[in-house]
Design a protein. Structure first.
Length: 295
C-alpha cells in the first residue's frame, strides 16, 4: 500500500468510527429502554388505598337496622325528617284514640307459654308472623318446653320450620337457647333483659317482646312498623331502632306503655303502610306531621 493510500485511510478512520457509533446508538438506546420497561414490569404493583374497616359499633348499628327494621327502615334511617315535635297532649290524644278503638290489643305470634313465645320471636326475624305461626303450630304441639325441644333435636326442628327463611340457622339457635335455658336458668325464661339477650338468636327486640307479653313489663319493641310510624308521623324520629325506642319511651304516658308497642305495630301493619299509607282512615291523621299525607 502506498504512502498516500495509508494517509487517506488514516484520515477516514475517525469518520468511520463516528458513523459506527451513530449507527449503534439507537439500537443501544432501544435495548436500554426495553431493559427499563422490563424492570418496571417486574416492580411490585402499587397497592390501592383501602377504606378503613367499619368500627364494631357501626357494624352493630347496621346489623340491628337490617335484622329488626327491614329495607324501608334502612332508607328512612339515612334521612330523619325535621318535623315539628309532638306535644305531650297530642301524644296522649293519639293513644286515647288507639285505646278506644282497640282496648286490648294482642300480638299476632301464636304461643303457649313464655318459652314458646321466646322461640316464636326468634323465628320471626326477617319473617312474617303468619309464616311463623304456620310452622310453629305443629312444632309447639310436640315441643313446648326446652327439654322437649332438645329431645326433638336440631334436624327435626329444621323439618318443622323449613318454610321460614334462614331456617337452618334458626333451628340451630332454638336448640342452643333451649340448652342454655336448662343449664343456666333452670329451664325458665329469664325475666331480665340481660338474661334474654344472653340467649342465642335473641337480641334487644326479642327481649322487649318477651318482657312485655310474657311478664307485663313496660317495654317498647321496635320492628319495621314501629320504626316507620315513629319517623313518618314525627312522634319519635330516630336514625336507629334504639333511638326510636328510647324516644317513644320518653314521650308516651306510662298508662299506655303496656299496650303501646302493639298499637303502633298494628297501626303500621294495617294503616300506616310502607308503600300506600291509608291516611284517609287513619285515627291520628290530624296529628301526624307527615307532609305527604293523602287526605
Amino acid at each position: 500500500m502506498s504512502k498516500n493510500t495509508r494517509r487517506t485511510f488514516a484520515t477516514l478512520k475517525p469518520a468511520r468510527e463516528r458513523a459506527t457509533k451513530l449507527a449503534k446508538g439507537p439500537v443501544a438506546d432501544s435495548r436500554q429502554q426495553k431493559s427499563v420497561a422490563a424492570k418496571s414490569r417486574q416492580a411490585p404493583a402499587v397497592k390501592k388505598l383501602r377504606k378503613p374497616a367499619p368500627t364494631a359499633e357501626a357494624k352493630t348499628v347496621a346489623k340491628t337496622v337490617r335484622a329488626v327494621a327491614g329495607p324501608a327502615a334502612r332508607r328512612s334511617a339515612s334521612r330523619v325528617p325535621s318535623l315539628r315535635p309532638w306535644t305531650r297532649a297530642e301524644v296522649r290524644e293519639a293513644f286515647v284514640r288507639f285505646r278506644k278503638a282497640n282496648p286490648e290489643p294482642k300480638g299476632e305470634l301464636e304461643h303457649l307459654n313464655p318459652y314458646t313465645l321466646l322461640v316464636a320471636v326468634v323465628l320471626s326475624a326477617q319473617a312474617t308472623d303468619a309464616g311463623v305461626n304456620k310452622a310453629t303450630r305443629a312444632l309447639f304441639a310436640v315441643a313446648d318446653t326446652p327439654a322437649k325441644m332438645l329431645a326433638l333435636g336440631e334436624e327435626k326442628v329444621r323439618d318443622y320450620i323449613k318454610t321460614i327463611g334462614l331456617y337452618r340457622n334458626k333451628a340451630r339457635n332454638v336448640i342452643a337457647l333451649s340448652e342454655k335455658l336448662l343449664t343456666d336458668f333452670n329451664g325458665e325464661v329469664p325475666r331480665s333483659r340481660a338474661g334474654i339477650e344472653s340467649l342465642p338468636g335473641a337480641g334487644r327486640k326479642t327481649a322487649n317482646v318477651v318482657l312485655n307479653m310474657a311478664f307485663g313489663e313496660h317495654t317498647m319493641a321496635v320492628d319495621t312498623h314501629v320504626f316507620r310510624v315513629g319517623n313518618r308521623t314525627g312522634m319519635a324520629p330516630g336514625r336507629t331502632p334504639l333511638e326510636v325506642e328510647l324516644e317513644l319511651e320518653r314521650v308516651i304516658p306510662d298508662e299506655f306503655m303496656l299496650h303501646a308497642h302493639h298499637w303502633l305495630i298494628l297501626h303500621g301493619r294495617y294503616t300506616c303502610l310502607a308503600r300506600s299509607p291509608r291516611c284517609a282512615v287513619c285515627l291520628i291523621n290530624d296529628l301526624c306531621r307527615w307532609p305527604e299525607k293523602t287526605i
